[in-house]
Write a protein that binds this ligand. Structure first.
Ligand code: ATP
Ligand code: MG
Ligand code: MG
Ligand code: MG
Length: 489
């Protein structure tokens, strides 16, 4: 029988047939009568057990079969006598593709700490935890494209090198031109990094939104899904310097349509993962349960990973305004006891501690907050006609039709808004925040010619993967994390 990935072999190969399996050795166990090799090829969390009778393989061959070595094994697929697996392969021949010196191979058959694995990010996909995460990440990305395709969206690729800074969403990475073999030099002989991109100042994109709006104003519904860069020099567990963002943008959508889309989108994608990644999710669920046991009782989470995902897809998200949320936060226990690290009041940008309090303690459901103060949001958000009014009749400042979706364990997972479609209001706002309308003349053309109501949002893909896998650090849900202190690759 020809070579099959282990995932397919476990599902479809008939007992009694001769099969070939290829993969990396996870463990080798020798007993009096037999040698047991657990082989994994990355196609599934499940290993295939390979059995060789004692003395069947030459001693020199057996010595080379160590954790991390890569093998091809041919043998008969038989029912397994041992507990833990239904079938196993009775070895008839083995090819060693590559050995792995046990003295040097860093992955041993035990649970390594995530911190240690971050230091060997090039090898960590060979662990159960990371291969599960990467398969789930793949499934989620596939589900994203499928969702938009099913709902009439077009995939639009927006520039990665761009002259616009979108919104001043964060510190940017500057792009310079440099001939590596003959770099331009400054007068004192050092490499001159100040050379611009063909005479223009350019950055790596912080968001594809402004270009995405151009697409929506022609194609109706578009989405981007690409790498995004922010020079976040903070070491949080929620920020990367390079992350992937999903940004749908829809003509003829207002704020409420935008919220409905965001909620339906998130639930559909999570449902897809539950249906298609059952083995990997069950593995991560177990892993998390073991980890929880090591915590103090009061710090243990009430729901397991699978329960949490089920809960999110089967409950309506709570929707309320920023102004209502501030009132709740001001009257909350931590605010009264001064336990929030950052004080809350109308006009402040919410920190993840506030967002998580609303979601995890107050509502115990995902939350969509709307109508944020204009001053803390980007210039392109549509202005509300009336200022916010507080619970006791206080009149606050102007607000915009913004929405942030907040998730348990994460805080902000989506930021979005209805966009300002009125040319005069938009240019006036640009002047106020110091953006030269001339610099974004192409953007303003969509308001000059056939302007239309439209809305969109940005979802950080890694925050979604973080939520679905139940991991705690964003560096652990992207194959090659780019963040301060992760300078490999
Ligand atoms: P935060 O408040 O968490 O810093 P933000 O408000 O700066 O996020 P937006 O500009 O609204 O982020 O970007 C849209 C989405 O992109 C966010 O809701 C979040 O999911 C994601 N995101 C933003 N910055 C990062 C980052 N540095 N790493 C990973 N994801 C990010
Ligand atoms: Mg930010
Ligand atoms: Mg934010
Ligand atoms: Mg935001």
């Amino acid at each position: 029988m020809s070579y099959l990935p282990i995932q397919q072999l476990l599902k479809t190969a008939p007992i009694g047939t001769t099969v070939t399996v290829k993969g990396w050795v996870r463990t080798k166990r020798e007993s009096k009568n037999a040698v047991f090799i657990a082989l994994n090829d990355g196609s599934t969390i499940n290993n295939i057990q390979v059995v060789s009778e004692a003395g069947q393989l030459p001693e020199e061959t057996l010595k080379l079969i160590t954790t991390g070595s890569c093998l091809a094994i041919t043998g008969q697929l038989v029912e397994s006598q041992g507990a833990g697996q239904a079938v196993e392969v009775k070895i008839s021949s083995v090819t060693i593709y590559g050995t792995a010196d046990p003295e040097k191979y860093p992955l041993q058959p035990k649970r390594h700490s995530l911190e240690f694995l971050r230091e060997i990010a090039h090898l960590r996909p060979r662990t159960n935890t990371f291969s599960a995460i990467l398969r789930i990440r793949h499934a989620l990305a596939f589900a994203v494209h499928q969702y938009f395709n099913d709902n009439g969206f077009y995939y639009l690729n927006t520039p990665i090198i761009t002259a616009s800074d979108a919104e001043g969403a964060g510190e940017m990475f500057r792009v310079t031109t440099l001939n590596a073999t003959k770099p331009p030099l400054t007068e004192d002989g050092k490499v001159d990094y100040s050379q611009d991109f063909f005479g223009r100042e350019t950055n790596l994109t912080v968001s594809g939104q402004l270009e995405g709006e151009l697409g929506a104003m022609a194609l109706g519904k578009i989405y981007t899904f690409g790498p995004t860069f922010r020079a976040e020099n903070s070491n949080t567990t929620r920020h990367l310097a390079e992350f992937w963002m999903i940004e749908p943008e829809m003509a003829f959508f207002e704020l409420e349509d935008n919220m409905n889309l965001a909620e339906d989108f998130l639930k559909t994608i999570i449902r897809y993962a539950l249906q298609h990644c059952a083995d990997d999710l069950a593995f991560l669920d177990n892993r998390l349960k073991e980890e929880e046991k090591t915590k103090k009782k009061e710090e243990q989470s009430e729901l397991g990973l699978l329960e949490k995902l089920q809960f999110v897809i089967s409950n309506d998200f709570v929707r309320l305004t920023y102004t209502e949320a501030i009132d709740i936060l001001i009257n909350s226990k931590p605010a009264k006891k001064g336990q929030f690290q950052y004080e809350v009041g109308w006009g402040v940008d919410l920190q993840s501690e506030h967002e998580r309090y609303l979601v995890e303690k107050h509502f115990k459901k995902p939350v969509i907050l709307t109508n944020y103060p204009r001053e803390i949001k980007a210039f392109y958000m549509k202005q509300d006609t009336e200022s916010a009014v507080g619970a006791r009749g206080e009149v606050f400042g102007p607000t915009v039709r913004a929405m942030d979706v907040l998730f348990p364990g994460i805080g902000e997972i989506i930021g979005g808004s209805q966009r300002e479609d009125d040319l005069d209001k938009l240019t006036a706002r640009m002047h106020e925040v110091g953006i030269e309308p001339e610099a974004l003349w192409w953007y303003l053309d969509t308001r000059r010619f056939g302007s239309a109501p439209h809305a969109g949002f940005g979802l950080g893909f890694e925050r979604l993967v973080l939520f679905v896998t139940g991991m705690g650090n964003i560096r652990d849900v992207i194959p090659f994390p780019r963040a301060p202190k992760t300078a490999e690759f």
